[in-house]
Design a protein around this ligand. Structure first.
Ligand code: ATP
Ligand code: MG
Length: 249
């Protein structure tokens, strides 16, 4: 396979565990260059675990993860980031005791080198003026939604080859969600592939070129976005029936 048609991210039969608790069982899917994959499923299905395994925060217990054709088993997260993968994790993902600007500078240094920092800051402030207003404030004093914006700004400015965003819209006001999605569409146009983990299924599917639906750590659906909503509903129904059965027995 040549570089141009090689997927940017490939998971092949990936399993993972937290201590004795097994969270993923043979998960396989791939993300083509510049494509958008929606990663869906109910709470606890394993979406964030997939994101963590891909970015090196949780090791795979078996199977393989390739970033731009390179097997990243055993690589630390910072090296995987250098290979071109960025991950905006669930939650806030900022350094509370550093200022907004220090958070941005740290991330730009790590990912882009020192030369670009002032240009990168200018770009981040242009896209998210609120961060400019608050640039001297400690990140820990921002609201939850503002912290989500900061964690996105940290990765958007130096576009990665593939960006995994985990529940980016959680806690954001609708207008801000629109800004965030505009930011995602923008990096996509610049060639970044996306893996979008999202509770707002329709928003993720509107952007996606394919979808993966997880059910208790396995892939229940992998295909075009058009079939994903029904697959999510089936998974949710099965779960509700399983719970009703457990309660009545
Ligand atoms: N740090 C952890 N230690 C132990 N178990 C964990 C840990 N993180 C997740 N799990 C378990 O692994 C399973 C998958 O969790 P994961 O966070 O990947 O789900 P998710 O699909 O992202 O859910 P949500 O939609 O609620 O974010 C769950 O059963 C969860 O309890
Ligand atoms: Mg999650």
């Amino acid at each position: 396979m040549t570089g141009a048609d090689r997927p940017i991210l490939e998971l092949d039969e990936v399993s993972a565990a937290y201590g004795p608790y097994r969270a993923l069982f043979g998960v396989s899917f791939s993300v083509a260059r510049g494509a958008v994959v929606a990663l869906l499923g109910p709470n606890g299905a394993g979406k964030s675990t997939v994101a963590r395994v891909a970015s090196g925060l949780v090791p795979a217990s078996s199977g393989s993860v390739r970033v731009d054709g390179r097997d990243v088993a055993g690589e630390p997260a910072w090296r995987i980031a250098r290979f071109g993968l960025a991950h905006v994790p669930e939650g806030r993902g900022v350094f509370d005791s550093l200022s907004v600007e220090e958070n941005l500078v740290l991330s730009f240094q790590r990912r882009g080198g020192r030369g670009q920092i002032s240009a990168s800051l200018a770009q981040a402030y242009e896209r998210f003026p609120l961060l400019k207003e608050r640039r001297q404030d400690r990140a820990g004093t921002l609201s939850g939604g503002q912290q989500r914006l900061l964690s996105l700004a940290k990765v958007l400015v130096v576009p990665p080859k593939v960006l995994i965003v985990d529940e980016l819209s959680l806690g954001l006001a609708p207008g801000v969600v629109d800004d965030v999605y505009a930011g995602l569409a923008d990096v996509r146009r610049k060639g970044t592939a996306l893996v979008v983990v999202e509770q707002q299924v329709d928003r993720a599917l509107a952007l996606a070129s394919s979808a993966v639906v997880l059910e208790r750590g396995t892939v229940a659906y992998y295909g075009p976005p058009s079939g994903a909503r029904a697959a999510v509903e089936e998974v949710v129904d099965r779960r509700a029936r399983g719970r009703a059965q457990a309660a009545s027995s």
